[in-house]
Design a protein around this ligand. Structure first.
Ligand SMILES: Cc1ncc(COP(=O)(O)O)c(C=O)c1O
Length: 390
């Protein structure tokens, strides 16, 4: 039995259902309730004094907890509401009225990256989507070919949300740097389940959130900026928290703080920061290599059974290409996912992908088997209906 199973007692939801949806919302650690209580007690007892007794510096402190998980130095991560806001701050560092004004990304990226940068067309940006023929493991070459001297930014998911494919970030960063472009690595589907060494990879920016594998809950997005770049960039989407002396309330142009505060907007999202810490601490305590080994063993078990049952898989089979989730494309997947949830097997379904099943370090082999037994029954029950279709 895995040593990691001692962690199960720390995640109350595991007593109530078969929880296999950590690619969407990681389970809440028991200690998060105590942390949120501490927030309430601090607010209630210290009131406005709390800002200078810890709250004001909390974004940096929480970013520093994340730094080893991301593989970046301390003092390089700022906290924001979500990935979209962090991406917006990055976009606001650049001008889009010159020859280099392209934003190049795969059409398999998370849609909000597209929605956000579509809006930058009004500032002169050209948004280029590279169509994937293989939607499970998009081809690398067409993306590399599309990155040239006209390219300013390349948003790239370290792990794709639709297929859980691990992308070749190293190759993309290498090509982008050769032609003077910047890569924004979206590590949301990787952080907390796949080892990351963002500093060594040389990514210019990294963004992500805490809702999924980090078990940190909503409202704690993060932004890493490569230190030498951070010192040069002047983001436009900022507020008073980005000022070198915010409590001077100086009027007129901003005197930017150093990194990471210069990327800050307004009042920090304090309750979300309290909530996020415990998940980071647990992931760091267990160690990401240990989590990855367990994740691969559990997803391998899922894949072996899915293949034996003949269910189509929309996930890479090779371990080094696969993140933490497995996507099964059975007929009527959305209805089957709903039926699974009703039977206490918590998963989700995405269009053009299938049923996403995501074990984390706290799941057992027995839970995987139970999920697949129920799935087996549901697929068998639906089969006669589907056979009648034309
Ligand atoms: C890869 C990836 N990027 C971005 C997002 C969305 O991030 P946010 O809601 O924090 O803007 C998600 C959420 O599912 C995601 O999987």
């Amino acid at each position: 039995m895995s040593d990691l199973l001692r962690w199960r007692a720390e995640f109350p939801i595991l007593d109530t259902c078969t929880y296999l949806v950590s690619h969407s919302l990681g389970a809440m650690p028991r200690r998060t309730a105590a942390s949120l209580q501490e927030y309430a007690d601090t607010w209630a007892s210290r009131g406005v004094r709390a800002w200078h007794e810890g709250w004001w510096g909390m974004g940096r402190a929480v970013g520093d907890l994340l730094a080893p998980i991301l593989g970046v130095p301390t003092g390089t991560v700022s906290m924001h509401q979500n990935v979209t806001v962090a991406m917006g701050i990055i976009g606001s560092c650049f001008a889009f009225d010159r020859a280099r004004r392209r934003i190049v990304m795969s059409d398999q990226e998370f849609p909000s990256n597209m929605y956000l940068f579509e809006g930058f067309r009004r500032y002169g940006a050209e948004v280029v989507y590279v169509a994937a023929r293989d939607r499970i493991e998009p081809e690398l070459e067409p993306l590399l070919d599309a990155i040239d001297e006209r390219t300013l930014l390349v948003p790239l998911s370290a792990v794709l949300f639709r297929s859980a494919c691990v992308q070749d970030a190293r190759a993309v960063i290498e090509k982008a740097h050769r032609v003077g472009a910047h890569v924004i690595l979206d590590v949301y589907q990787a952080a907390g389940t796949v080892p990351l060494d963002i500093g060594k990879l040389g990514a210019d920016f990294a963004v992500g959130g805490s809702v999924k594998w980090l078990c940190g809950g909503p409202g704690a997005g993060y932004l890493y900026v490569r230190p030498d770049l951070a010192a040069r960039l002047r983001p436009a989407l900022i507020g008073w928290a980005a000022h070198a002396a915010p409590f001077d309330f100086a009027t007129g142009p901003v005197v930017l703080a150093g990194a990471p505060e210069r990327f800050q907007s307004g009042t920090p999202n304090i309750p979300a920061l309290y909530a996020a810490r415990s998940g980071y601490e647990i992931v760091a305590e267990i160690g990401i290599e240990t989590i990855r080994a367990r994740s691969l063993a559990l997803t391998r078990r899922l894949i072996d059974r899915a293949e034996a049952a003949g269910w189509p898989l929309n996930t890479p089979r090779e371990d080094h290409r696969r993140g933490g989730a497995v996507i099964l494309d059975v007929p009527d997947g959305n209805l089957i996912a709903e039926a699974l949830i009703q039977r206490g097997v918590i998963v989700d379904h995405r269009p053009d992908a299938g049923i996403r099943i995501a074990p984390h370090f706290y799941n057992t082999e027995a839970e995987i088997d139970r999920a697949l037994d129920v799935l087996d029954e549901l697929v068998a029950a639906a089969a006669p209906r589907n056979a009648g279709r034309h």
